[in-house]
Design a protein around this ligand. Structure first.
Ligand code: DGY
Length: 322
């Protein structure tokens, strides 16, 4: 008998077709998010649940008994939305989809950096509103990007890809903070300098880009105290997870001119975005688009499928995190 699996949201069509060929798969044609009660029921009815980064799986949705689910094959690299301790306690494996979204997420981080520095969002809004009065020497003056200093917090795959774009594409100097020592050819080639603390990176960077995981350990990593260390001319870019930044403190820092602006793709309570951010001109806001290209989303689906197939064939799942 084929394993019974449930996909929590719409997936790329090609992956959905392969899934239904190989598994007894229930798809979500209407793309309606599952409720906590739906998840609690799914744990009792399916061999695998295929969630994604916008689902919430706290300990309370995991059943204390009668759990049929053996695998959570997550569509996405980040898995801080899953209570991994609850999964581990019930012997449920968890897999993710690393590697395939590195370039597209770094591309989007670089886009945010450019958009906010060059006031492109403001300019587009102005033009579409019919408020553009023509070229003039003092119109919408932004900040030069080329040759400036980029600070990376979290020098993993995506952090390095962002650093490489900034250094080789825009002649930027790169400094970074990473918990463990990073000493590899890629980092050496771009002369990126590892600094001993987050504070040191914040103090000297013109742009700070966050590339660390979300979840309890990094919640509000960037709060009032750390924002106040940044230069008043500096910009904060976040394509990691919303809860890494204390959004209330960020709004306050923007209001007081403690930093110059922010480019954000992720929010603590998605899809809700704080009013204080929406109302500001010096903030570029995107709806969690980091990995949103046809190529990457299909590759993410194929990776989740590979994990699923390996697991139910009794082989080691390639991207097992629990
Ligand atoms: C992920 O995979 O964690 C990303 O946030 C999705 O874009």
């Amino acid at each position: 008998m084929k394993p019974r699996v449930i996909v929590t949201r719409r997936w790329p069509a090609k992956v959905e077709t392969l899934l239904t060929e190989r598994f007894d798969a229930v798809l979500n044609a209407d793309d309606v998010p599952m409720t906590p009660a739906d998840f609690a029921a799914a744990f009792r009815a399916y061999d695998a649940i295929l969630p994604t980064v916008s689902d919430r799986l706290p300990a309370s949705v995991f059943p204390s008994e009668g759990c049929r689910t053996r695998l959570l094959a997550n569509f996405g690299v980040g898995f801080s939305h899953i209570d991994t301790a609850a999964a581990r306690d019930r012997g449920i494996a968890v897999t993710n989809t690393p590697g395939v979204l590195t370039d597209c997420t770094a591309d989007l981080a670089m886009s945010l950096l450019l958009l906010v520095a060059r006031r492109a969002g403001e300019g587009e809004r102005q033009l579409r509103a019919g408020a553009w009065r023509g070229w003039r020497p003092t119109h919408l003056i932004g900040t030069r990007v080329s040759g400036k200093k980029l600070g990376i917090i979290g020098m993993g795959r995506i952090g390095k890809a962002m650093a490489s774009r900034a250094h080789f594409g825009f002649g930027m100097d790169v400094v970074f903070y990473n918990r463990s020592k990073v000493d590899d050819d890629e980092t050496r080639l771009m002369s990126a300098q590892q600094l001993p603390s987050i504070e040191a990176v914040l103090a000297e960077s013109d742009f700070v880009s966050l590339h660390c995981p979300g979840g309890a350990e990094n919640k509000h990593l960037i709060g009032e105290a750390r924002l106040s260390i940044m230069k008043p001319t500096a910009f904060l870019i976040n394509t990691a997870r919303g809860d890494v930044v204390d959004e209330t403190a960020l709004v306050r820092a923007l209001d007081k001119g403690i930093i110059a602006g922010a480019g954000l793709d992720v929010y603590a309570e998605e899809p809700a975005v704080p009013r204080g951010l929406v109302e500001r001109e010096n903030v570029v806001l995107l709806p969690h688009l980091g990995s949103a290209t046809a190529e990457t989303r299909e590759a993410m689906g194929m990776k989740a499928l590979d994990n699923l197939i390996a697991f139910f064939d009794g082989k080691p799942a390639p991207d097992r995190v629990v």
